[in-house]
Write a protein that binds this ligand. Structure first.
Ligand SMILES: NC(=O)c1ccc[n+]([C@@H]2O[C@H](COP(=O)([O-])OP(=O)(O)OC[C@H]3O[C@@H](n4cnc5c(N)ncnc54)[C@H](OP(=O)(O)O)[C@@H]3O)[C@@H](O)[C@H]2O)c1
Length: 270
């Protein structure tokens, strides 16, 4: 299937790791021109190199922008950098995120605020800067990477769950506002992914062991997988494939959706 992404100018936030990295690589392989955004410059440069190599056969391109998406001017800076490098901005993927496990009572105010900044204010500012020019040109795609935790709160990730629920609502508001202009805004709600956020030392897998009492990482991973109808965690490329489809020409009648990519975890039929 031709996704019609060749030559499209894209911004992917949180592109130096996990889901964002895979999304950038897949967009590049489709011939898109991708601005990869994250804070840590070294890892971002390495992934941008990978993305540039993935782009070569389809004549796509990759460039890096080291930026904290929670900065007040981050939206404008991403749009300006993408326009300067690639001439326009057609596709925005708001993916940057972070999570940790702990009890509801142990979450300080500053962490509630930080998750709101990262999952609500940052995508809001990015959409406010990116969407009006897309609407003027009559074509655009935005994908907001939310979570199953936004559809039904995860007891061990309270502030993250509430912020992701707000991000789903925000995504729907922008979808309704702009669908008639040709700018289609959607969300995805992934379940747990076997990538850095879960797997790195001290990551969610290790944190889950402290709560569940699992005796090894292997046992904890099997337990986390067994809670899904599909019986395992996702691979980052499985989430990225859905994001890339929603960015594509082929998703031309999808607007305001909150697609679960969770192996059947959240048992709702709407
Ligand atoms: N992994 C899962 O199980 C899972 C499940 C459901 C939903 N999600 C969501 O999927 C998205 C991606 O998750 P992931 O697992 O791929 O995460 P990850 O591997 O930990 O990568 C997070 C990315 O975001 C960047 N980032 C974090 N804070 C940032 C900031 N303030 N400004 C700019 N970049 C920032 C990180 O780079 P720097 O630290 O260098 O900035 C990194 O590139 C997140 O929104 C997450 O909530 C993940």
């Amino acid at each position: 299937m031709d996704l019609g992404l060749a030559g499209r100018a894209c911004v992917v936030t949180g592109a130096s790791s996990g889901i964002g990295r895979e999304t950038a690589l897949q967009l590049c392989a489709e011939g898109a021109k991708v601005l990869l955004v994250a804070r840590g410059e070294e890892r971002l440069a390495a992934v941008t190199g990978e993305a540039a190599r993935a782009a070569e056969p389809a004549r796509g391109a990759a460039a890096a922008l080291a930026l904290d998406v929670t900065a007040e001017d981050a939206g404008e800076r991403m749009v300006a950098a993408c326009e300067e490098r690639f001439g326009s901005l057609d596709v925005l993927v708001n993916n940057a995120g972070a999570a940790r496990w702990r009890d509801l009572d142990d979450v300080p105010d500053e962490d509630w605020r930080a998750q709101y900044e990262l999952n609500v204010m940052a995508p809001l500012r990015a959409m406010r800067a990116a969407i009006p020019p897309m609407a003027e040109r009559g074509w655009g795609r935005v994908v907001n990477v939310c979570s199953t935790a936004g559809k039904r709160p995860s007891a061990a990730m309270a502030e993250y769950s509430v912020a992701k629920a707000a991000e789903l609502s925000l995504s729907r508001l922008f979808a309704d506002r702009y669908a008639k202009t040709g700018v289609l805004v959607n969300a995805v709600a992934p379940g747990p992914v076997e990538a850095e956020m879960w797997m790195e030392p001290g990551g969610l897998l290790d944190q889950s062991m402290q709560i569940s009492g699992a005796e090894s990482r292997k046992e904890a991973l099997a337990e986390a997988g067994s809670k899904r109808p599909i019986g395992r965690l996702a691979q980052p490329e499985e989430i990225a494939a859905t994001i890339v489809f929603l960015c594509s020409e082929r998703a031309s009648y999808v607007a305001g959706a909150a697609w679960s990519v969770d192996g059947g975890t959240v048992q709702v039929i709407i």
